[in-house]
Design a protein around this ligand. Structure first.
Ligand code: NZQ
Ligand code: ZN
Length: 386
């Protein structure tokens, strides 16, 4: 096992009725920016619960943060933060709204006018305006981590930022919110969380027995609850396990002491930036080809995964590992998620070249657990995903 340090300061308020506790967690004299998305919270009752809990506060609202939070729209919210002298941000939404809040938290204390620097500067953010979240969509884990992914429509870029200053102060996780989530987003959430675990697991064995079993237990739980959630999103028991699995998949715990990959995300983000494909679906497109391409590097873990998650007990290591990839594809299909780029766009003939050029331009040399994935490899993997 590798050495590690682990600190996660986010307080979790989990369960039914926890939104009512918002006022116990936010300083009484705070001036709050309530950030939300396209309006789903006004239809499903979450807006009413939050505004009721914040009745004694001064609250300024900013709605309209789109999926894949857009830089220019967030600039509008930053102006509100400055003009209104906001000192606390409450994100009410899924990963996009939460990531938007993280960007604003950093930008509020960031010097200068070009805040896109925060995405390109490669500098960990050590300080931000305090913010918290009310999670409405289990998927990203953003509610308990310090990362954020922001899109720039103008340049068709989607880049990540983060750092120890960008953990939410607290997050409310009420599984009852799952009941209003559309099927498409439920499938996305399961797929995203499942792939988060894969990115921190599908590397090479390092003797981290506990981390492997943490990772496997999250995947097993997602596989077990997926049919129940898709059949009936108001199944509270299934929703609670789904929600906590998504948070645990990317709150930093399972990646401690082990090698991590994250190249699937790096390539996937390009597909969202270029074609607007939902984040989770880009992962389902890239992951199978990535695992085939790096089969030799990853086959021991692929075989372990096939055995422990999919009960593949027969065959050689190579055969089990291959079965692991096939089972993954079958799982995504069972959720209703297509796994080829051509399922989403007809305009893919030069995508491999575009992705590889972008990686080259950014100097992204050596991604993955062995720091060996070069732009030319990304080109081939993306082409295998057509
Ligand atoms: O905008 P509203 O009206 O709220 O509707 C949203 C949106 O249309 C809807 N929704 C959310 N909760 C709902 C609901 N509809 C009905 N009932 C509810 N309770 O769902 C749609 C998608 O929301 P979004 O926030 O975009 O989805 P998700 O949580 O999957 O977030 C995706 C974003 O997170 C980034 C992705 O790249 C993408 O931009 N990620 C962030 C990560 C992080 N910060 O750690 C890690 C991930 O790998 C990922 O990259
Ligand atoms: Zn993801």
């Amino acid at each position: 096992m590798n050495n590690f340090q682990f600190q996660n300061p986010t307080k979790i308020l989990f369960g039914k009725g926890q939104m009512a506790n918002l006022s116990k967690e936010i300083p009484k004299d705070a001036k709050i920016l309530m950030l939300y998305g396209g309006g789903s919270i006004k239809k499903n009752g979450i807006y009413d619960q939050v505004t009721k809990a914040l009745a004694d506060y001064t609250v300024v609202e900013f709605g309209g943060v789109p999926p894949n939070p857009e830089y220019s729209i967030l600039m509008g919210a930053l102006k509100v933060i400055k003009d209104e002298k906001i000192d606390f941000i409450l994100a009410v939404g899924g990963g996009s709204v939460i990531d938007g809040a993280k960007f604003l938290s950093a930008a509020a204390l960031h010097e200068g006018d070009n805040h896109w620097d925060l995405l390109t500067g490669n500098k960990p953010v050590t300080e931000g305006m305090p913010f918290a979240t009310v999670l409405t969509l289990p998927a990203t884990g953003s509610e308990m981590n310090s990362g954020s992914v922001i899109t720039n429509e103008e340049t068709k870029e989607k880049l990540a930022m983060g750092g120890p200053g960008l953990f939410p102060v607290f997050s409310v996780l009420d599984p009852e919110v799952v009941s209003s989530i559309p099927q498409r987003q439920l499938a996305n959430g399961i797929t995203d969380a499942f792939t988060h675990v894969l990115e921190q697991y599908m590397t090479y064995p390092i003797g981290a027995l506990l981390q492997d079993r943490f990772a496997e237990s999250i995947m097993q739980t997602l596989v077990e609850v997926a049919p129940a959630i898709q059949k009936d999103p108001s199944d509270y028991k299934a929703a609670a396990s789904f929600m906590w699995s998504c948070t645990m998949a990317l709150n930093g715990l399972i990646q401690k002491g082990v090698p991590t990959d994250w190249a699937v995300h790096a390539m996937g983000h390009e597909l969202t930036a270029l074609y607007g494909i939902d984040h989770a679906r880009t992962l389902a497109i890239v992951a199978p080809s990535h695992y085939e391409y790096y089969f030799e590097n990853k086959k021991d873990k692929l075989a372990q995964y096939a055995e422990r998650i999919w009960n593949v007990t027969e065959g050689t290591t190579d055969e089990k590992a291959k079965a692991g990839i096939e089972k993954t594809v079958a799982f995504f299909h069972s959720l209703g998620i297509d796994t080829k780029l051509s399922d989403y766009t007809k305009d893919y003939s030069d995508t491999g070249d575009i992705v590889s050029k972008r990686f080259t331009d950014r100097g992204w040399m050596g991604l993955g657990e062995h720091k060996s994935l070069m732009p030319a490899d990304a080109k081939k993997i993306v082409e295998m995903s057509y």
